[in-house]
Design a protein around this ligand. Structure first.
Ligand SMILES: C[S@@+](CC[C@H](N)C(=O)[O-])C[C@H]1O[C@@H](n2cnc3c(N)ncnc32)[C@H](O)[C@@H]1O
Length: 265
């Protein structure tokens, strides 16, 4: 017998199944709950009731995340025909799909490169690398794939969550820092950087670096990013360009960069 009462074997009211659906007003429920952890029951229930999941599926997107990029781009018009875009943490490929459409990949000079630890199904005309974006050879691989600098660096990278808030926060911040470092190394003057961060925004030290290197820095939370999620995005646009020698000298002096000018993470 499957216990879907939400009260569990002990007879005490638990947080799963019906009680979760009632509390959240979610009306559709997964057919098979047997053997699933409470967290996965909740995830499935949320997925089934989420209009953005349905919309992403109906439009052939590989991920619900695709809609987040679309919404941010609708508002800020970042992705333009012919641009060179790098997508860090690209699997399963939703952001690649949106980027390829909006840059008119294949019908313009556009170039698109994705990197992920996991395999990503191909996108016609895009270069996708499997590996850790923090590997030192990744920057050169991407540079040669796009033939130089990029107009935009996207990062929807997320580390596996542990459930321990401080640890998860540190991991997400480390990925944001690595993505920013990558962007500063590969962006064209006037390029943009869009990356996932935690609610409460990016760390002050990272914001300082962004503010010094870009004209405009803002936090964005698209409608498709769940309100209850700690996820948010930081958008930095109008890159001043590399070789901002004074900034680099300041960073080296305060220990933010090593003597070679590389950001210390
Ligand atoms: C939320 S998913 C990205 C979803 C993607 N934007 C889409 O629309 O399909 C986050 C991805 O970041 C990747 N990731 C995490 N750390 C990474 C790293 N150091 N290097 C490359 N990819 C990484 C994960 O493997 C995962 O696939």
């Amino acid at each position: 017998m499957v216990d879907q009462s939400g009260y569990g074997k002990s007879g005490k009211k638990g947080p799963s199944g019906r009680s979760y659906r009632n509390a959240t007003g979610l009306t559709r429920q997964p057919k098979k709950m047997r053997g699933r952890k409470v967290s996965s029951q909740r995830w499935l229930t949320r997925q089934l009731n989420d209009p953005f999941v349905a919309q992403a599926k109906a439009r052939g997107f590989r991920s619900r995340a695709a809609l987040k990029l679309e919404q941010i781009d609708d508002r800020y018009q970042l992705l333009q025909s012919g641009m060179a875009i790098v997508d860090l943490g690209c699997a399963p490929g939703g952001w690649l799909q949106v980027s390829s459409i909006r840059t008119k990949l294949g019908a313009s000079r556009a170039r698109l490169v994705g990197i992920d630890l996991l395999e990503t199904e191909g996108i016609v005309g895009a270069n996708i690398f499997v590996g850790d974006m923090t590997n030192c050879n990744m920057l050169e691989k991407v540079r040669s794939a796009i033939g130089g600098a990029a107009n935009g660096v996207l990062s929807d990278m997320a580390a596996d969550t542990t459930g321990h808030r401080a640890t998860d926060h540190l991991r997400t911040t480390a990925l944001l820092e690595a993505a920013l470092d990558f962007a500063l190394d590969i962006l064209n003057p006037n390029g943009f950087f869009l990356a996932k961060c935690f609610r409460g925004g990016a760390e002050k030290s990272l914001l300082d670096i962004m503010q010094r290197n870009f004209k405009m820095v803002r936090h964005v939370k698209p409608a498709a990013s769940r309100l209850e999620s700690v996820e948010s995005y930081v958008l930095a646009s109008g890159f001043h360009g590399r070789g901002c020698a004074e900034d680099i000298a300041v960073d080296i002096a305060v220990g933010r960069r090593d003597a070679s000018g590389a950001l210390i993470i």
